[in-house]
Design a protein around this ligand. Structure first.
Ligand code: NDP
Length: 453
């Protein structure tokens, strides 16, 4: 049977674009890709990239106050959101253009259209055209989940945070995950009166307790009005913005309320179940270790599969898919020991097991130090950082590394290599300290802070 293409990719985000490009370029197969929105997907258009630019923008007030402490005669000045926003969107346009040209140069045919699945080898585009392919790759990503409460239509999501006509004067951010906590820092840094509601007892559930406790207390010290154990019950529109009622029965007024209460995969109305693709309880496409669905000619990568919802993971899954399907080299994407950064203020970098998870698995030693870093201490700031290693008491392997510090995301990338290689505490200790830095503490902690049998 002959097909229009060897591979048809649905979704032009990180995973889909990488798989399409590598399949066309390295495996030499005939590839098409359909994207209904903008190329680059969540990461480039409404996620990692504009978020990080906003983190940078929001850090300047504290940098300027530090500059004054160091003797610079620097006025605080005002933030021109419109100037920043138009530069940010110009940058996103540039990056989208790069994504499009990467595909074009690799010989991938692109369709600016929504695609749905008709049968195991056929997709239908919103233009009405049908295309056939030997293999279909699902890479449609995910989108924000909103709770079903009265007035939720007056709420915004992370998608809207890059498009304000003018910066709000006040905002309520609901949620305690990556997105809520990162945007709380951004808004606070930009001078917006920021309140964060989290329904549980501490934000960043699942991360190392000591690390998330420090992030939380530093966020509060920097001005975020963090309320724990509280949630939104209903929202009303007011002439100025929104009035929310909380679980304690109190009302509060804000210019905006932003919900960052999780994300879910874009699997609805795609025709997937009828072609034998299995959908899991969170709406995710169920795949095996090679990203193959229950329908053998259909594969899926990235957030649509809800494995580890991170750009570099989607890219890895896309590359492993191409190796497996088009290069006769069956490859499982590796989801073990993924280093990650949370761009809260302060930033957190983490890889491996938290102290809580590690001690449930066996005897461990914990090496942790929290101190005022030189730069901020000189400027008279009370801010503290954390450097922490979790070590297996029997194998001596470093099972987890948790950093809360300026640049923690950069540091954890490098510490992640050692942890992934199976480095022991003694391997860390054999490495000469880089002085004077914050991360030198990772190789100079001689005695365990505590041990668990
Ligand atoms: P998360 O799943 O990380 O967090 C969702 C938060 O919303 C949790 O605090 C959760 O509370 C809370 N929540 C869920 N439902 C409700 C509800 N009905 N009412 C109130 N609160 C609720 O999702 P995010 O949206 O923050 O991020 C999605 C994913 O995107 C992340 O898991 C991550 O993989 C990725 N991401 C990665 C980034 C990075 O690498 N720096 C940055 C941003 C996103 P509870 O804890 O009680 O369940």
């Amino acid at each position: 049977m002959s097909f229009d293409y060897d591979l048809f990719v649905i979704g032009g985000g990180s995973g889909g674009v990488r798989a399409a490009r590598v399949a066309a370029q390295d495996a030499g197969v005939k590839v098409a890709l359909a994207e209904e929105d903008r190329y680059g997907g969540t990461c480039v258009i409404r996620g990692c990239v504009p978020k990080k630019l906003m983190v940078f923008a929001s850090e300047f007030p504290s940098i300027m106050s530090e500059a004054r402490a160091y003797g610079w005669d620097t006025p605080q000045g005002a933030f021109d959101w419109a100037h920043f926003r138009s530069k940010m969107h110009a940058e996103l346009d540039r990056l989208e253009g790069i994504y499009r040209s990467l595909l074009k140069n690799a010989g991938v045919e692109t369709f600016d259209a929504r695609a749905t699945v008709v049968d195991a080898h056929t997709v239908e585009l919103s233009t009405g055209e049908r295309k056939t392919a030997k293999v279909i790759l699902l890479a449609m990503g995910g989108r924000p989940t909103l709770p079903d409460i009265p007035g939720i239509e007056h709420a915004i999501t992370s998608n809207d945070m890059f498009h304000f006509d003018q910066l709000p004067k006040s905002i309520l951010i609901v949620g305690g995950g990556y997105i809520a906590s990162e945007f709380a820092g951004i808004m606070n840094g930009m001078g917006v009166k920021t309140t964060q509601f989290y329904r549980g007892s501490q934000i960043l559930r699942g991360f190392d307790d000591e690390a998330r406790n420090l992030v939380s207390s530093e966020m509060v010290a920097r001005g975020v009005d963090l309320r724990l154990g509280v949630n939104v019950v209903s929202i009303e529109k007011t002439p100025q913005g929104v009035r929310i009622t909380d679980t304690d029965g109190n009302s509060h007024d804000f210019d905006h309320v932003m919900f960052a209460t999780g994300r879910h995969p874009n699997t609805e109305n795609m025709g997937l179940e009828q072609v034998g693709v299995q959908i899991g309880p969170k709406g995710q496409v169920v795949v095996d270790a090679y990203s193959q669905t229950a329908q053998p000619s259909i594969y899926a990568v990235g957030d649509i599969t809800d494995r580890a919802n991170l750009t570099p993971v989607a890219i890895r899954e896309g590359m492993a898919f191409v190796e497996t399907v088009f290069k006769s080299n069956p490859t499982k994407p590796d989801h073990e020991l993924i280093p990650t950064a949370i761009f809260t203020q302060p930033e957190m970098g983490t890889v491996g097991l938290s102290e809580e998870d590690a001690k449930a698995q066996g005897p461990i030693e914990v090496y942790a130090t929290s101190f005022k870093p030189m730069r901020q201490s000189f400027a008279g700031q009370a801010e503290k950082v954390l450097m922490k290693l979790i070590v297996c008491a029997t194998t001596r392997k470093v099972l987890g590394c948790h950093l809360v510090a300026p640049g923690a995301g950069e540091m954890i990338q490098l510490a992640g290599i050692a942890v992934k290689m199976g480095a022991t505490k003694e391997d860390f200790d054999r490495t000469v300290a880089v002085h004077p830095t914050m991360s030198e503490e990772l190789v100079t902690m001689r005695n365990p802070t505590r041990s668990f049998p």
